[in-house]
Design a protein around this ligand. Structure first.
Ligand SMILES: [Zn+2]
Ligand SMILES: [Zn+2]
Ligand SMILES: [Zn+2]
Length: 437
C-alpha cells in the first residue's frame, strides 16, 4: 500500500489479511481486517451485485467471529509462539545486564576485565540478559529472517523496505522500528554483501549508521574517555546501548603489526567512501571523493571510529544463532544451530574464555540469554567459551585456534590439567561415575 498499490484493490488485500489471521487463529486481528475490507469496498470498481455478495459474506464471518467463533480464537494472539525473554531479578548496579551474582573485576594485563561469582551459582541460574549494541544479519538469511529482530519470517515477505528489495521484516512494526537505520544503509547493503566483506566490516559500519550523525558527533569526548580509562558508575552504568561501554572494549591496538593496521585502515577508508555515497553525513561535512582532496575533520572522526570498530569487533563479536528443529522431529536432540548473523554484546564480551565453560548462551530474537551450565562456586571465575571445547577438541588444536583467532594462550583448568577428550576416556570409568551419581 505504501508504494502505490491501487486504492480500488485495497479491499482484496484486507480480505486476504483477514483470512491469513483467521488461519493463524488470531480472531481479533482477523475481525479488524474484515472491517477494513468493508471500508475499502466503497472504492472497489466492481458491480453492485458483486459488492453486495462480498459484503454479505464478510458480515457472516464477522458474526461468527463475534459470537461463538471468536471465543475459540480469543487469547490466541500472534504472540502465542513467541518466547518470553526472562528478566534478571536482582541486577549488578554497575553492569545491569548481569545478575548481582556476577561481579566484573579488572585485573589489567592479559586477564583484563572478567567475571567472578559473588556467591554459589546453581546450574541453570540466569546470569545475563543483554540486548545487543549492534547486530547484522548474514546476506544469505536476508529474506528468511527479519532484518531487525532476526526472527524467522513465517511468510516470504511479511513486510519489506519501501525502496529496496534486498531485505524482509517479520512485521510492519519491525520495519518501522528499523526505518531510520535502514535508510542510511539501503543503497550500500547490496555492494557490502556482494563484496563478500567480512561480518566485522558489516558490523563496523552498522554501529555508526544506527545512530544519527548529529548525535554521534556529540560523543567525541566519550570516545576519547572510553579509549583511556573508562569505569562505569552507578549513575552511568555499563550498558549495551551506551557507546562509551562499546568503545571501551579491548582492541589490542598496541600489539598489532603494521600489516594488520594497514589492512584495517584500508578497509575503514573503503567503508568511509561507501558511507559518503549515502545521506548519512550532512553535505557540509562531506568532501569530494577525489585523491587530491583532504578529508574534513568530521570525516576523519568517522574514519577513526570505523578503524576502532574493526579492531574491537574482531575480538568481541558473538555469533547470533537460531535453533532449528528438524522436520517431523519432536525433540530438540537432533536440532541444528544455524549461524545467522553477528551481534555485539558488550557485557557478555567481558567474560574470559575457558575450554570448560561455566555458562551457556542462547538467543531470543537478538536478545542474548546467559545461564549457568553447572555449579559455580563463590569467588571463582565465570567463563564463556570462544569456540573450542575440551571434550571434543584436542588441547593443541584448541590452543592453536585460540592463539590465531584471539591472540592468547589458554590457561584454563582443562588445558593446565591436560584433560583427555571424552572419546579417550575408558568407558568403564564413565559407567562407574554414572552408577555413583
Ligand atoms: Zn522482526
Ligand atoms: Zn531498503
Ligand atoms: Zn583451555
Amino acid at each position: 500500500m505504501n508504494i502505490g498499490y491501487p486504492q480500488e484493490l485495497y479491499y482484496k488485500l484486507e480480505e486476504r489479511r483477514a483470512k491469513c489471521y483467521l488461519a493463524l487463529g488470531n480472531g481479533i486481528k482477523s475481525s479488524d481486517a474484515f472491517k477494513k475490507t468493508l471500508q475499502h469496498l466503497d472504492f472497489a470498481k466492481i458491480s453492485l451485485d458483486k459488492k453486495k455478495k462480498i459484503e454479505s459474506d464478510i458480515r457472516i464471518m464477522l458474526a461468527i467471529l463475534e459470537k461463538g467463533g471468536n471465543n475459540q480464537f480469543k487469547g490466541k494472539s500472534e504472540k502465542k509462539n513467541e518466547c518470553i525473554i526472562p528478566k534478571v531479578k536482582e541486577c549488578n548496579k554497575f553492569y545491569p545486564a548481569c545478575s548481582s551474582a556476577v561481579e566484573i573485576r579488572d585485573a589489567g594485563g592479559d586477564i583484563g576485565r572478567h567475571a567472578i561469582a559473588t556467591r554459589d551459582i546453581a546450574p541453570g541460574e540466569l546470569l545475563v540478559v543483554e540486548r545487543p549494541h549492534s547486530t547484522t544479519l548474514l546476506g544469505e538469511y536476508r529474506l528468511k529472517n527479519c532484518h531487525y529482530c532476526f526472527r524467522k519470517n513465517i511468510a516470504p515477505y511479511p513486510a519489506a523496505c519501501n525502496t529496496c528489495t534486498l531485505i524482509a521484516y517479520c512485521s510492519p512494526s519491525c520495519r518501522n522500528a528499523d526505518a531510520k537505520t535502514h535508510l542510511n544503509e539501503c543503497t550500500i547493503l547490496g555492494p557490502l554483501w556482494l563484496s563478500n566483506a567480512s561480518i566485522t566490516c558489516l558490523m563496523a559500519i552498522k554501529a555508526v549508521i544506527q545512530t544519527p550523525w548529529n548525535q554521534l558527533v556529540q560523543l567525541k569526548n566519550d570516545y576519547e574517555h572510553a579509549k583511556q580509562n573508562y569505569k562505569p558508575t552507578e549513575k552511568r552504568p555499563f550498558i549495551s546501548s551506551d557507546f562509551i561501554s562499546y568503545w571501551s572494549l579491548v582492541t589490542h591496538e598496541t600489539t598489532r603489526t603494521q600489516d594488520d593496521l594497514f589492512h584495517r585502515a584500508y578497509m575503514a577508508a573503503w567503508l568511509l567512501r561507501l558511507l559518503k555515497t549515502t545521506d548519512y553525513l550532512p553535505e557540509e561535512v562531506k568532501t569530494p571523493d577525489l585523491h587530491d582532496h583532504q578529508l574534513s575533520s568530521d570525516e576523519l572522526f568517522i574514519g577513526d571510529l570505523l578503524l576502532h570498530h574493526l579492531q574491537l569487533l574482531q575480538f568481541n563479536t558473538h555469533e547470533v544463532s537460531e535453533l532449528v528443529r528438524l522436520r517431523n522431529e519432536k525433540s530438540l536432540a537432533k536440532s541444528k544451530n544455524n549461524f545467522i548473523g553477528g551481534g555485539l554484546y558488550p557485557t557478555t564480551a567481558l567474560l574470559n574464555h575457558s575450554c570448560n565453560p561455566g555458562i551457556v548462551r542462547y538467543f531470543i530474537g537478538t536478545t542474548m540469554v546467559v545461564r549457568a551450565l553447572r555449579t559455580i562456586r563463590a569467588g571463582t571465575e565465570i567463563c564463556d567459551n570462544y569456540g573450542p571445547i575440551f571434550t571434543v577438541e584436542k588441547e593443541l588444536e584448541r590452543q592453536r585456534k585460540l592463539r590465531l583467532r584471539y591472540w592468547f594462550d589458554c590457561g584454563c583448568e582443562a588445558c593446565r590439567g591436560h584433560w583427555p577428550l571424552v572419546d579417550d576416556i575408558d568407558p568403564r570409568i564413565l559407567r562407574i561415575l554414572h552408577v555413583f551419581k
